[in-house]
Write a protein of this length. Structure first.
Length: 138
């Protein structure tokens, strides 16, 4: 598994993410972690950064909301009880990285694998989209 930590220069929350990530990854030899400093909007879009810090799990941001656009800005994460925090909690990271992928992660992975020929438009029907995906073996 490949993880990427994306952050703007001098992000105040990247160390918090790194500390929590270290707890989750302790003893794991099957995970590699890279770090990337993102300073420009086009870089954020290219990498899939939705605010700083962002963690990508095999190229996917498991914490991004549907339609969330790329951003070079601070990012807040929902914690238990409706509170916000500057990084995902240890349990949220374990869920995103550990064992079985969540249904959301599986859906995103599957969606990213659908060929551009199956792209969705406002004139598309759900059945034509699903037929294309099925023909593609997804």
């Amino acid at each position: 598994m490949d993880l990427a930590v994306l952050a703007v220069p001098d992000c105040p929350n990247v160390m918090l993410l790194e500390e929590r990530l270290a707890q989750v990854l302790e003893g794991r030899r099957d995970v590699s972690v890279s770090r990337q400093v993102i300073a420009e909007e086009d870089e954020a879009a290219r990498w899939g950064m939705h605010g700083s810090p962002t963690i990508l799990v095999d190229g996917i941001d498991p914490f991004a909301g549907p339609g969330q656009s790329a951003s070079v800005s601070c990012r807040l994460y929902r914690a238990g009880g409706g509170q916000v925090d500057g990084a995902p909690s240890v349990s949220q990271l374990r869920q995103a990285i550990g064992g079985q992928p969540s249904r959301r992660q599986l859906a995103r992975t599957m969606f990213q694998q659908i060929p551009r020929a199956c792209s969705w438009s406002s004139s598309s029907t759900r059945s034509s989209f699903m037929e294309c995906a099925t023909r593609s073996g997804l």
